[in-house]
Design a protein around this ligand. Structure first.
Ligand SMILES: Cc1cc2nc3c(=O)[nH]c(=O)nc-3n(C[C@H](O)[C@H](O)[C@H](O)COP(=O)(O)O)c2cc1C
Length: 378
């Protein structure tokens, strides 16, 4: 994945696309309702826009006359070395973007040594996805099911199919109100594009009166019932601990007091995220809370970051404010929609190369050199 900064202009072969252009290309290719499902946010999309605006409030003040002939973007995360501080975020229902869905994204992630986080509502099962990845790093994202046995079963399946961390998403006690989906009358999960893990789960199937194939509608209804679990509390972490020794990360933390509670509950990592502006509208931009959360955590556990990353410089800014690594969300799905596995590779390569270029021009040769002193707040 490493590419000399001077090669950046040769990315994507004949035609260089910005992430916004990848998005436009995906829009032109996809069914409108599927594109809206991916690209749009909740409510009046205040959070979606705030995520992007927050990045433009910081500028990078570069340092000079430092040896930047060897830029090292590699880092260690939970005992594994990865090439760049970049992961692919859990995104459900990926077959709405491309028929190969998560299988293609997983292969791309494996080829690029980028950890892949598989969603509870993936189109394919976690086992099928894992098979694409050899020994490459994969984590399982859990929506804590309203049924304890199903939650336990999914965690155990993840452990036995090579997933090395559990990411508990905590910003989705109910679904955000996504107006475009309501207008389009579109629910890919309701249509079965997010059933890969449910329909293959023995505990889930035990809850059904008839096998999935005999009554798919009833199975989807049951999946929906279990998916939204508004009663879930911090106690879930204790329960998950009983089922697995894998590291547990909480995804969807934006409040410093929740970061403090997370430490009390001894979680192993945090992901500062607002679900890319798809949940609470008028919620705070993640970049605006990152520093405060890192101040609470004081380096005790890794703090990862997502929501709004579109450029390598965004990753630099997040790291400068204390993040250990960043997750890419929609951008890799636009790559998937346009070119399948190759598209995901190109998007990841583009953003990581931009990040490397930013490091060189800012005067930071190693990840650990990136800190707040590089940032100026406008
Ligand atoms: C279409 C779509 C589906 C998503 N599905 C999930 C999911 O199943 N689980 C989850 O924790 N987050 C999910 N997310 C949120 C992403 O993991 C991530 O937090 C978000 O995309 C980051 O924002 P960005 O897209 O602006 O980079 C989804 C996001 C999108 C766009």
């Amino acid at each position: 994945m490493k590419m000399a900064a001077k090669d950046v202009n040769s990315l994507n072969g004949d035609r260089h696309l910005t992430i916004n252009e990848w998005e436009e290309e995906a829009k032109a290719l996809m069914e409108r309702k599927a594109f809206d499902y991916i690209a749009r946010g909740s409510g009046e999309e205040s959070t979606l826009m705030a995520n992007r605006k927050a990045f433009s409030r910081y500028q990078i003040s570069h340092r000079v006359l430092r040896d930047v002939s060897h830029i090292d973007t590699s880092m260690n995360l939970f005992g594994s070395t990865i090439s760049s501080p970049v992961l692919l975020a859990p995104i459900g229902v990926q077959t709405i973007a491309h028929p190969e869905g998560e299988l293609a994204s997983a292969r791309a992630a494996a080829a690029m040594n980028v950890p892949f986080v598989v969603s509870t509502v993936s189109s394919y099962s976690m086992e099928e996805i894992g098979e694409q990845m050899g020994d490459s790093i994969r984590w399982f994202q859990l929506y804590y099911s309203g049924n304890e046995k199903v939650a336990e079963s999914m965690i155990k399946r993840a452990e036995s199919s090579g997933y090395t961390a559990i990411v508990l998403t905590v910003d989705t006690p109910i679904m955000g109100f996504r107006e475009s989906d309501h207008r389009n009358k579109y629910s890919p999960v309701g249509e079965g594009a997010g059933s890969g893990n449910y329909f293959t789960d023995p505990e889930f199937c035990r809850l059904l009166e008839k096998p999935v194939m005999e009554d798919k509608e009833a199975a989807l209804k049951k999946q929906y019932e279990l998916f939204e679990n508004p009663a879930v509390t911090w106690d879930a972490i204790r329960k998950i601990r009983q089922y697995t020794n894998l590291p547990i990360l909480l995804k969807g933390i934006v409040h410093p007091e929740d970061a403090s509670l997370a430490l009390e509950y001894e979680v192993d990592g945090l992901i500062v995220s607002n679900h890319g502006g798809r949940q609470l509208d008028h919620g705070v931009a993640t970049l605006d809370v990152l520093e405060k959360i890192c101040d609470v955590v004081q380096g005790e556990i890794p703090v990862l970051f997502d929501s709004g990353i579109r450029r390598g410089s965004d990753i630099f800014k997040a790291l400068a404010l204390g993040a250990s690594a960043a997750l890419l969300g929609r951008p890799f799905i636009y790559g998937l929609a346009r070119e399948g596995e190759d598209g995901v590779k190109k998007v990841v390569s583009q953003i990581t190369t931009e990040f490397e270029t930013t490091m060189a021009l800012a005067g930071a040769a190693k990840i650990r050199e990136i800190d707040k002193t590089y940032l100026v707040w406008k």
